[in-house]
Design a protein around this ligand. Sequence first.
Ligand code: 8YV
Length: 310
Amino acid sequence: VVVATLPFFQPLIDVMESKFALLKLWEADDKTAFLKENADKIRGLAGNATVGASAEVIDVLTNLEIVSLYSVGFDSVDLVKCRERGIVVTNTPGVLTDETADLAFALVLATMRRVCAADRYVREGLWALKGDFPLSYKVSGKRFGIVGLGRIGSAIAKRAEGFGCSISYYARSKKSEYAYHFYDSVLELAKNSDILVVACALTKETTHIVNRDVLNALGPDGTLVNIARGPVVDEPELVRALVEGRLGAAGLDVFENEPHVPKELLSMDNVVLQPHAGSATWETRSAMADLVLRNLEAHFSGKPLVRLVM
Ligand code: 8YV
């Protein structure tokens, strides 16, 4: 018996239903009661970046053997508990790298060139009525800062290279395989960037790593893009910086309290918003689904797992 936390991708739900006895957690009114009722039987959990396996869920599921994630991020899983209990955790790295880096770059371009606001201007008939749309900002050749130079961060850097940007990054340590400029503090990186893209994992250390000081350092001519996790950025401080004009613009795919977005952002033309869609294409979501399934099947047939977090 496998429990899926959300209906993340219908073709995956369909195929899991054909291969396992699938329980649908999202359909239960009282989720804890539902898990308790089925705890004896549940051996696998398919989760994602939004609903994974919290400490509470793991405590209830006493026979759980595997958490197979439909995401690369595993911040929705209590890894300490899983390790204690010997529960294996798998994820979907690699297959979503290009897609997420593409969306990061789409956000850089859309935000700085005001693509969405200009589109609204045309649709609302304002071009004919009021004349040219206000000028936007150049992307090519700018100072490009990346927080986190993992798979996705380095794929974003590769794209920025194509735009002739000078590239710097912050990471826990310098990566000798890249010639990009390394800063050992996000604040220093922000001081020396026109565009700051957040591409790191969410951990205790990275929570609110983009704080008021970092936003001030990026400044009124700076652009922040976040395709990582909402809580990496101090969201109330981000909203304040945008409202007070201390930060130039923001392109956001992720938020602190998804799917809720601070209402102040909704009316800002210097902000572009996405509904956590970094990996959301048919091609990538199919590849992610394939990994989720292959990991579950490998585990239950005693074969080596395809992708393993721990
Ligand atoms: C997904 C993600 O949005 O992989 C991740 O870490 O955040 C995303 O790919 C999500 O898990 C899809 O449901």
